[in-house]
Design a protein around this ligand. Structure first.
Ligand code: GCB
Length: 630
């Protein structure tokens, strides 16, 4: 059962933050995450929200920088109660609107580069039903947010890519309600991510918002898993019989409440009873068809407890490593992947719905991939679900990227919470095979301690997946590289990013380069690539031409297949050209990282076809890399 940090730990952190900002005193943490919101009774609050951009934070602090009392903050939404109080010098009613879900950067030109505080306000009518409980659910808000309903400050949340919810049963009015959310995407040295990254810092309520209606006691979260570590060996001996471990967490239920789990297609119906903590666990012996990229089989599952019933579609598989192979359902699998940012094709903004996820993933399928790295933060739930339906294995990660404040306790607590919330939301998505805790973090004792603690936490919460991080290469001799990172001791894979051909070398270097690894773990190239502008043609040694990029792919693929022992998978960088404020080369980059195999408008560059041909070729099989081609 997944539990959040202990309340005492959280309290220490909240006090710390209150002291650092002087404005959050008393702000509560959200309630335990309720999962599978798509299957609940909800009222959507998506649509137009009024907004006020507040770069000087006047909605929070006085001109002497003294925190305002609640009734004076913008949370109080003065003009909602009395439209004549114009002297307050702000008015949501007279403000413009932003679409939710959505980033603000691409909705108004003047907000394109904006990083700071924005106030969102939504008025809605509601008729609560007696005996029901109501929760506000946010799919994601980047980065830091505080939520107030009818002037009552309810909770504060930090982290731009994970969901959170808070109970509003008491704060809801019958009739009209004012919901105010402060959203602040100021980059922070002590944040996760830190103040430096290579993607656009899209601000806003970027994912859907809704009110969830639930009975007094309800199913909060659950997991149904095949355990590879425990069951892999047993399953190989008796391939037809699998054991599914299940657990259900109830909120508001008396100990001893009955929980029923049904999987009709498998003829399964089991009962269990909740303990003092609201947890019920059970085991199921069954013979499910295992999920795989070839056969992405999912089962209808129904979980009920008292008045509450939740339906999901869940698949079963197990993943493990054996020497330097990644094994799916007991068979070696080569991960033919690509990395993807959560940014739409066309407008290049944050993805807001399932069809935009499908559009991105359709290119992934066209490449012949069986795997996708969802970089560099938890993507929205629809993305993971769409990948599951399409038979794509997933690498999912938190934005512990580059130079995190490794010694800061609050930063650690924040990273762990984001990790827990990512795992909790997607634990039943069988296509997620790798949880990753970091990307390209400079090696130091403090960093390895920080990340090894995160890895230990993942294993505690979920022993059924592989755990890794995108590490970096080290030169051991002329033309020879390895991965000399103490973190390898803790990860299941030797996974790393390398940019031979692009950063500080030329494509021809690949032809001379060999790799050697000290440990017998699967080798996974989590990134390689080069930049090109779609339609820019020239010689293969001319940077930013499609020819240079295609040549970089060809030579890297050749090197990796011939001189990289233990190669088990790859996710080249990256599917689509994406916005990044670090990309300043005028006329070429224009705020875009150009390493996409497709342009921001979806045009396929030459490298797209090089990769596609490689994944389709029998080359992998011939050189023994593809013992089982899913
Ligand atoms: C990396 C990072 C990725 C960057 C990429 C690049 O190693 O992990 O986020 O976008 O390099 O293009 O430099």
């Amino acid at each position: 059962m997944i539990r959040r940090l202990s309340p005492a730990f959280v309290a220490v952190e909240v006090v710390f933050l209150a002291l650092s900002f002087g404005i959050y005193a008393g702000a509560k943490e959200p309630d335990p995450q309720i999962v599978n919101i798509g299957a609940r009774k909800t009222v959507s609050l998506d649509g137009d929200w009024k907004f006020i951009a507040d770069p000087y934070r006047i909605g929070f602090v006085s001109y002497h920088q003294v925190p305002l009392r609640d009734a004076k903050t913008f949370f109080a939404d003065k003009d909602f109660y009395d439209d004549r109080t114009r002297l307050v010098e702000y008015s949501f009613s007279h403000a413009s609107a932003l679409k939710v879900p959505g980033d603000w950067n691409t909705q108004y030109e003047k907000l394109y580069y904006y990083e700071g505080l924005v106030w969102y306000r939504r008025i809605f009518d509601f008729t609560p039903v007696k005996g029901k409980r109501y929760f506000l659910y946010f799919g994601a808000v980047n980065y830091e947010s505080e939520v107030a309903l009818n002037g009552k400050r309810l909770c504060r949340h930090e982290g731009g890519f994970t969901p959170f919810n808070i109970e509003i049963t008491e704060a809801l009015n019958e009739g009209r309600n004012s919901l105010v959310v402060s959203v602040d995407n100021t980059r922070r040295k002590d944040g996760i991510p830190t103040d430096n990254s290579d993607w656009w810092n899209y601000g806003g309520i970027t994912r859907s918002v809704c009110i969830v209606e639930l009975p007094e006691s309800f199913v909060c979260n659950y997991s149904l898993l095949l355990d590879s570590k425990v069951l892999g060996k047993a399953t190989r001996r008796k391939p037809e019989l699998h054991r599914i471990f299940g657990s259900v967490h109830l909120e508001g239920a008396a100990p001893g409440t009955a929980v029923n789990v049904r999987i009709p297609e498998l003829g399964v119906s089991v009962n269990a009873f909740s303990d003092m903590e609201g947890d019920a666990s059970f085991e199921i012996n069954s013979r499910p068809v295992l999920w795989s990229p070839d056969s992405p089989k999912l089962y209808d599952v129904e979980i009920s407890a008292g008045e509450d019933v939740v339906r999901d579609r869940i698949g079963f598989r197990y993943v493990e490593t054996s020497g330097n192979r990644i094994m799916l359902n007991g068979k070696p699998v080569f991960c033919k992947g690509i990395s993807v940012h959560e940014e739409t094709i066309g407008t290049s903004r944050r993805v807001t719905d399932a069809s935009e996820c499908m559009e991105l993933l359709s290119y992934v399928r066209e490449l012949g991939c069986n795997f996708v790295r969802l970089a560099h933060y938890p993507h929205n739930e629809q993305m993971v679900r769409a990948a599951e339906e399409l038979g794509l294995m997933v690498w999912s990660e938190i934005p512990a990227y580059w130079t995190i404040s490794w010694d800061n306790k609050a930063t650690y607590a924040n990273a762990q919470r984001q990790l827990e919330d990512m795992i909790l939301r997607d634990i039943n998505r069988c296509n997620v095979v790798i949880w990753s805790v970091a990307n390209e973090t400079p090696v130091s004792d403090a960093r390895t301690l920080f990340l090894s603690r995160l890895i230990a936490r993942v294993r505690e919460l979920d022993p059924t997946r592989l755990v890794s991080a995108a590490m970096e290469k080290t030169k051991v001799a002329a033309n020879t590289y390895t991965v000399d990172d103490p973190l390898v001791e803790y990860t299941d894979l030797i996974s790393f990013n390398q940019y031979l051909g692009w950063y500080s070398s030329n494509n021809a270097d690949c032809d001379l380069t060999s790799w050697t690894f000290n440990s017998d773990k699967p080798v996974f190239i989590s990134e390689f690539g080069a930049g090109a502008v779609y339609g820019n043609h020239g010689d293969a040694d001319e940077r930013f031409t499609e020819e240079y990029m295609a040549d970089c792919f060809r030579r890297n693929l050749d090197m990796m297949t011939k001189r990289m022992p233990g190669l088990a998978g790859m996710t080249p960088w990256v599917l689509k050209d994406f916005r990044s404020p670090r990309r300043l080369l005028s006329g070429i980059q224009d705020d875009f990282n150009r390493k996409g195999v497709i342009s921001e408008n979806g045009e396929r560059k030459q490298a797209f076809f090089v990769l596609k041909d490689f994944y389709a070729s029998s080359l992998l099989g011939q050189i023994g890399l593809l013992p089982h081609n899913y």
